[in-house]
Design a protein around this ligand. Structure first.
Ligand code: APR
Length: 251
């Protein structure tokens, strides 16, 4: 059930920000960060896999894990939540899509100019010189389900690293600046499928609220601070977002 006040705010909005996290891809079968450490990877700690020092210590282990995750994404399809977000862009004057996800499912659903705050699994680069590295669409199956030697940079022969933001690394400056600017200027922000614990991304909905926007959280878990102009839509993104779109189209 979508509150009338929210549909009204959406209908009037000149600038809508959609801010997504791992939950938006969950219905496509993409394991969240925690889930991704199950199965073959359950004995590892995120800090053993998602840091620059982990890559220095054991590049084949880290590259193998990310290639395994990239393979999962390549096998997955955008779900109704990704498609509803792409469709929302057709209904409002301006939509800025900010994601913490490193998959490309928003783009494959038709969204354009997606701001990837935490980088992308699909844009590896040299660990030494930073040169972007083209990788084949189909990853090599990680040997023994675990390690895979990273490819070498064609310019300096350095090891190629995943294009994601690791713990302890700064977020891409231009992306962060664009995200904060959009959050500070928008009329409505939808925060979808994020636990809101990893900073600085987690402060984006708060910034929108402080700037006077209406904020709606879409998550099966209780979310939001319960402020005025803040809504919590309890449910899966793939169910709630098509409903929201239907309601906008109904009037
Ligand atoms: N629809 C909507 N939300 C969902 C769904 C669903 N179908 N399934 C799960 N969720 C919610 C969960 O309740 C949880 O609040 O999605 C959220 C996922 O939380 P996290 O796994 O913490 O993902 P996220 O918030 O994107 O994490 C932020 O942390 O691990 C790092 O860099 C990584 O980008 C990631 C960042």
């Amino acid at each position: 059930m979508i509150p009338d006040a929210l549909s009204t705010a959406l209908r009037k909005a000149r600038h809508l920000v959609v801010f997504t996290g791992a939950g938006v891809s969950a219905e496509s079968g993409i394991p969240t960060f925690r889930d991704a450490l199950s199965g073959l990877w359950e004995r590892f700690d995120p800090a053993e896999l998602a840091t620059p020092s982990a890559f220095r210590r054991d590049p084949a282990l880290v590259w193998g894990w990310y290639e395994w995750r990239r393979m999962k994404v390549l096998q997955a399809q955008p779900n109704p939540a990704h498609r509803a977000i792409a469709a929302l862009a057709e209904r409002v004057e301006k939509l800025t899509l900010i994601t913490q996800n490193v998959d490309d499912l928003h783009e494959r659903a038709g969204s354009r100019d997606v701001i990837h705050l935490h980088g992308s699994l699909h844009a590896p680069r040299c660990f030494a010189c930073g040169r972007p590295h083209a990788i084949s669409e189909v990853p090599e199956e990680p040997a023994e389900g675990r390690c895979l030697e990273p490819p070498r940079c064609q310019r300096c022969n350095g090891k190629v690293r995943p294009g994601v933001v690791w713990f302890g690394e700064a977020l891409p400056e231009a992306a962060l600046r664009a995200a904060f600017k959009a959050a500070g200027e928008c009329d409505v922000l939808l925060s979808i499928g994020t636990s809101g614990v990893v900073q600085p991304a987690a402060s984006i909905p708060q910034l929108a609220l402080q700037s006077g926007a209406t904020v709606a959280h879409i998550n099966p878990q209780p979310s939001g601070q319960g402020g005025a102009r803040e809504f919590s839509l309890a449910g899966a993104a793939g169910v709630v977002l098509p409903e929201l779109l239907g309601q906008l189209d109904a009037r």
